[in-house]
Design a protein around this ligand. Structure first.
Ligand code: ZN
Length: 295
């Protein structure tokens, strides 16, 4: 699990890795936050019919579990009345609340970019950092519960629990690996974690992840140098799961635990998949095979 196949002396591998960076059009198409003039936009993925953001007076949300359109209070709060189930999915139990991943459109104004490259931080440029976020569901939607960032050698640069601002309704432990105990004494907020990330990356650092668009959206980060293993290995637009890719190409078994995903394990897996991709461009989506022609 600790295996990292990166050899920093291999400039050829560096060139192959650079060719995996998403273009601006790809970032837009795959739902990454992008800045156009002074505004930040996140385009819904073409495979999602769900609106990502709601405006001030819009009190309807779409449940990500049962797909029902439901109403929240004027303050965005989903109140729970009694124990009668309102949300139900076959074989997934019954719940007295819905869950959703939508955010206020106002949040887009708070998105930030990493510091510009300068004489003090230029050593961060072109370095790889793999990032993974685990999320929980609150009274107001999805929120960050844990963030892990590892450097290009797999060393942990940051791994911390994040306290959501709103009341947590569902820890989705089977996916997030998070429990009430994890977040009870957490002192970090999304803003403080983002500031910490910006202490060791600059605008030219390369962020690696799997379905990284959702992680950056939840962290409120706009970044242009990104490699996404769910995009570079996509097949006819379908984005494979990290678990399948790790099993097929790394022979690693991840996300098998009943205790849910682990953002450290997932970030290490996506980092190694990038190194694997750089050595096996013929296995990538056609858009990313062009690099193999020049060698
Ligand atoms: Zn529901």
């Amino acid at each position: 699990m600790e295996y990292i196949s990166y050899n920093s002396c291999l400039t050829e591998q560096s060139a192959q890795i650079e060719s995996l960076i998403l273009s601006r059009d790809q970032r837009k198409a795959y739902g990454f936050p992008v800045q156009i003039k002074s505004q930040v936009y996140v385009q819904p993925c073409q495979y999602s019919s769900r609106e990502l953001f709601y405006t001030e007076y819009d009190t309807t949300r779409v449940c990500s579990r049962c797909q029902t359109v439901f109403e929240v209070e004027q303050d965005g709060y989903q109140r729970i009345w009694g124990d009668s189930p309102v949300c139900q999915v076959a074989n997934h139990g019954m719940y007295n609340f819905h869950i959703h991943t939508q955010q206020s459109v106002e949040v887009l104004k708070t998105f930030q970019r990493a510091p510009k490259e300068d004489q003090w931080n230029h050593f961060m440029s072109r370095k790889l950092f793999a990032l993974d976020v685990e999320s929980v569901y609150t009274s107001h939607g999805q929120a960050v519960g844990r963030v892990t960032v590892v450097d290009q050698y797999g060393n942990v640069a940051l791994d911390c629990f994040v306290k959501p601002k709103e009341m947590v309704y569902d820890y989705v432990t089977q996916y997030s690996g998070l429990t009430p105990e994890h977040l009870e004494y957490a002192t970090e907020t999304v803003e403080s974690v983002r500031d910490k990330i910006f202490q060791f990356i600059n605008r030219r650092s390369i962020l690696v992840g799997h379905a990284l668009n959702g992680d950056l959206k939840n962290l409120g980060i706009v970044h242009s140098e990104v490699i996404d293993t769910s995009v570079i290995f996509s097949n006819n637009g379908r984005r494979p799961s990290l678990r399948d890719l790790a099993s097929r190409y790394l022979n690693w078994s991840i996300q098998n635990s009943a205790n849910g995903h682990c953002s450290y394990e997932d970030s290490i897996a996506s980092l190694n998949l990038v190194y694997f991709a750089s050595e096996n461009p013929h296995l990538l989506s056609p858009d990313f095979q062009k690099c193999s022609l020049s060698y």
